[in-house]
Write a protein that binds this ligand. Structure first.
Ligand code: BES
Ligand code: MN
Ligand code: ZN
Length: 463
C-alpha cells in the first residue's frame, strides 16, 4: 500500500515552490501582467490555461522556478484539478500561490502518488510531492478517502492467484483487528445448509480456494443498523458456461464489489460514524470442476426460493442473494451493495458510471447528490418490475438469467427478490476498473461509487 502520510501538510511558511492556478478565463488577465520573458516561456510550453495543462516558469535565481497550472475553474478546485501536475512534478514541497484553497483537489494530489508496483522491478520512482495547504483541518478526511481508494485499487489489481477468498478473508481480519470489530466466517461445506447459493457457486474450487461468507459487525448496538454487502467472486471463469478468452481476461476484478465493501467499512470505522455496521462479503471462485454447479440445476436459496440455473456465468447474483437475505434478517434500516454484476451495465453506462438501483427515491437522490459533490458520479437505473418476467422458470420459483433485454435491470430485480423486510436498499453495479488512465486515476482497478456512498452516509449519519 502506498504511504500517503506527509504528502499534505499544514502551511506554516515552510520553503516551497509556488503553483499559480489559472483557468482559461483568468489566464488571459494573468498573462497581461507578466513580463515578456514569462510570456515567452508560457508560449514555448504551449500553455493555454486549460485544465490539466501546466508550465514551469523560471525565476531570477539559478534554482528558482514556479509552476503554472490550469484548472477547470479557479473558484473551486475539483478532485482531479491538481492531479496531473502532481504526477509530473519532481519531489519537493509546493504551495498554491496567494493562499488559494486546494479544497477538493487535495484528494487528486494524494492519489497522484498511487501506483501498483507489487510485481514490477522498482523503476526510478519520484519521491513525495508535498502540498502545503491552508485548510489543514481537511487533511485527515482526504487521507481516509485516498487510502480507501488505494485499497480498492490494490485489491482489484492483484491477480486472482494472490487475491482469492483467503486474501479477502485476510483483509477482513485486518479490519476486525484494527477497529475491534467482530468477524465470523462460514467456510466450505458449512455453507451448504444456510447459504446454498454461495456454496453452489463456490464448491468447484472448494479444495484450493474454499468459498466462504465473511461477516463483520462493528459499533454501538443502539446506533442505526447499516449493512454493506459486496460480491467477492475472486475469479469468474463463467463456470461450465465458460467465458471467452476476451470475456475472461479481466475477471480477477470480479471481487471489485467486495473491495468497495471492505473499503467503505474501513472508512466508516476509521471515521467512527455512529452506525451499527454489518458487513457481508461472499468470497468465492467461480471455477470449473467435476463438482461444479450446472446449467439446469435447481438450487435452494437461504430465503427459500428455488432457483433454476439458466447460466452458471450469472453467479454474482446468486452469492449476493444469500448474503442480502442474511443482511435483512438483522433488520437494518439501510443496505448498500456493490457488485461487478453485469456486462450490460458497462454497455449501458460505460466504465465511469456505476449503475445505481434503489428501492427508495430519497436514498437514490441523496446518493446522486453525494456523488456530484465529491466528483464520484453515479447514475440511477430503474427497478422496472415488469422485466421480472424474464426471470421466470418452468420448474423453479425463479431463474438466474433471462436473455438480452435490460441485463443490469434483470440482475437488480433478481437481487430484489432476496431483500426482505422494509430496509432501504441500494445496489451498485460497478465496473471497478478504469480502462484508460486519467490524472489521479490510474488504469486498472478503481473505486467507483465508493466516495459517493461515503458522502451520503456522512450526511445522513454524521455529527
Ligand atoms: N462478472 C460478470 C459481469 C461482468 C462482465 C462485469 C464483464 C464486468 C465486465 C458476471 O458474473 C457475468 O458474467 N454476468 C453475465 C450475466 C449473464 C450470463 C446473464 C453477463 O453480464 O454477461
Ligand atoms: Mn459471471
Ligand atoms: Zn461475475
Amino acid at each position: 500500500m502506498i504511504d500517503f502520510t506527509d504528502i499534505l501538510k499544514a502551511d506554516k511558511g515552510q520553503d516551497a515552490r509556488d503553483i499559480h492556478v489559472v483557468d482559461s478565463n483568468s489566464f488571459k488577465d494573468w498573462l497581461k501582467d507578466q513580463s515578456g520573458r514569462v510570456r515567452a516561456m508560457v508560449e514555448a510550453q504551449k500553455f493555454t490555461g486549460k485544465a490539466h495543462e501546466f508550465a514551469i516558469l523560471s525565476g531570477d535565481k539559478v534554482d528558482e522556478w514556479s509552476v503554472l497550472a490550469g484548472v477547470s475553474s479557479e473558484k473551486a478546485l475539483k478532485s482531479w484539478c491538481l492531479a496531473k501536475v502532481a504526477e509530473n512534478l519532481p519531489e519537493g514541497a509546493y504551495r498554491l500561490f496567494e493562499d488559494v484553497d486546494a479544497g477538493d483537489a487535495m484528494l487528486g494530489w494524494l492519489l497522484a502518488h498511487y501506483s501498483f508496483d507489487r510485481y514490477k522491478k522498482s523503476e526510478n520512482q519520484t519521491g513525495k510531492r508535498q502540498l502545503l495547504v491552508s485548510s489543514p483541518s481537511r487533511i485527515d478526511a482526504m487521507l481516509i478517502e485516498a487510502e480507501a481508494t488505494a485499497l480498492v485499487r490494490d485489491l482489484v489489481n492483484t491477480p486472482a492467484e494472490d487475491m482469492g477468498p483467503d486474501q479477502l478473508e485476510k483483509t477482513a481480519k485486518r479490519l476486525s483487528k484494527d477497529y475491534k470489530a467482530e468477524l465470523s466466517i462460514i467456510r466450505g461445506d458449512d455453507l451448504e445448509q444456510g447459504y446454498p447459493m454461495i456454496h453452489a457457486v463456490g464448491r468447484a474450487a472448494k479444495r484450493e480456494h474454499a468459498p466462504r461468507l465473511l461477516e463483520l459487525e462493528w459499533g454501538n448496538k443502539r446506533h442505526p443498523r447499516v449493512a454493506i454487502v459486496g460480491k467477492g467472486v475472486c475469479f469468474d471463469s463463467g463456470g461450465l458456461d465458460i467465458k471467452s478468452a476476451v470475456g475472461m481476461r479481466l475477471m480477477k476484478k470480479d471481487m471489485g464489489g467486495a473491495a468497495h465493501t471492505l473499503a467503505l467499512a474501513e472508512i466508516i470505522m476509521r471515521a467512527n460514524l455512529p452506525v451499527r455496521l454489518h458487513m457481508l462479503v461472499p468470497a468465492v471462485e467461480n471455477a470449473i470442476a467435476g463438482n461444479a454447479f450446472r446449467p439446469g440445476d435447481v438450487i435452494k436459496s437461504r430465503v427459500g426460493h428455488s432457483v433454476e440455473i439458466g447460466n452458471t456465468d450469472a453467479e454474482g447474483r446468486l452469492v449476493l442473494g444469500d448474503a442480502l437475505t442474511k443482511a435483512c434478517e438483522a433488520e437494518p434500516e439501510l443496505i448498500i451493495d456493490f457488485a461487478t454484476l453485469t456486462g450490460a451495465a458497462r454497455v449501458a453506462l460505460g466504465p465511469d458510471l456505476p449503475a445505481m438501483f434503489a428501492n427508495n427515491d430519497d436514498l437514490a437522490n441523496g446518493l446522486l447528490e453525494g456523488g456530484k459533490a465529491v466528483h464520484d458520479t453515479v447514475w440511477q437505473m430503474p427497478l422496472w418490475d415488469t422485466y421480472a418476467e424474464y426471470l421466470s422458470s418452468d420448474i423453479a420459483d425463479i431463474g438466474n438469467s433471462g436473455g438480452g433485454f435490460g441485463g443490469s435491470i434483470q440482475a437488480a430485480l433478481f437481487l430484489k427478490k432476496f431483500v426482505t423486510g422494509d430496509a432501504e436498499w441500494v445496489h451498485f453495479d460497478t465496473f471497478a476498473w478504469r480502462p484508460t488512465a486519467r490524472p489521479g486515476q490510474t488504469k486498472g482497478g478503481e473505486a467507483l461509487g465508493l466516495r459517493a456512498s461515503w458522502a451520503y452516509l456522512q450526511k445522513r449519519y454524521g455529527k
